[in-house]
Design a protein around this ligand. Sequence first.
Ligand code: ADP
Ligand code: ADP
Length: 235
Amino acid sequence: EEVLRLERLRKTYNPGTPLELEVLHALDLRLARGELAALIGPSGSGKSTLLNVIGLLDSPSAGELYLLGQPTRAMDDAQRTRLRNQAIGFVFQFHHLIPAFSVLDNVLMPLMIRHGKPTPGDIARARELLDAVGLADFAQKKANQISGGQQQRVAIARALVTQPALLLADEPTGNLDTRTAEGVFELFRRFNREFGCAVLVVTHDPRLSASCARTIELVDGSIVSDQANPPPRPA
Ligand code: ADP
Ligand code: ADP
């Protein structure tokens, strides 16, 4: 089952001006449910732009983007927002937690945006995810009272609380030390396995990208390679 499909997708910044710049060139790409793929490439190659377009935060200039089989180009803003909230979870390099809110309330936030006051089911699910990321004991702490690595794990729990079919992560380990970064990737592998959500994660670390089943390489706005990685050797 297909979660994502790009067909000849292009993105041009500042169209029709002297600053016009096409940064994604007619991309074709498919991602199936349950896939775990790394997106790599040099700085400026278009990785963030591609994630923003896939996540419906920005619009393509040409071509088509299908999410869960639905073509998105012709959708209006309300339809795009609904599909984004329903299908996609985001993790950014900087977690964008609300500092003065508790860890638990930060995780609940996407559900509160959806339907207001959290239900007992919402709270149970948020606590389950906090437990899964190893932060069950931190639920009542303020987000600004925990470490950077812990904050990133809260952001992952928050991204998964709506049970998205596709998790997009833009350099989620960019400002974490190696061990903490590996722990974050272990969480992606685990949630990918357990929930079957597709994961597309941008990373600059070759060891982390090799730990994903598939690596897609973007250079100057074109996909120059897309390959399966050998499974990790048993320790
Ligand atoms: P990277 O993805 O290489 O780590 P950042 O995510 O910090 O870098 O920034 C994304 C890129 O987009 C940078 O190259 C930045 O200069 C560029 N960028 C962001 N906003 C604009 C803009 N309004 N006009 C031109 N370039 C921009
Ligand atoms: P990456 O994430 O691979 O570093 P980006 O998607 O951030 O690449 O940037 C790709 C290109 O698009 C860069 O040349 C960058 O300067 C440009 N760019 C990014 N955002 C904007 C923007 N908002 N307006 C104009 N140009 C942008």
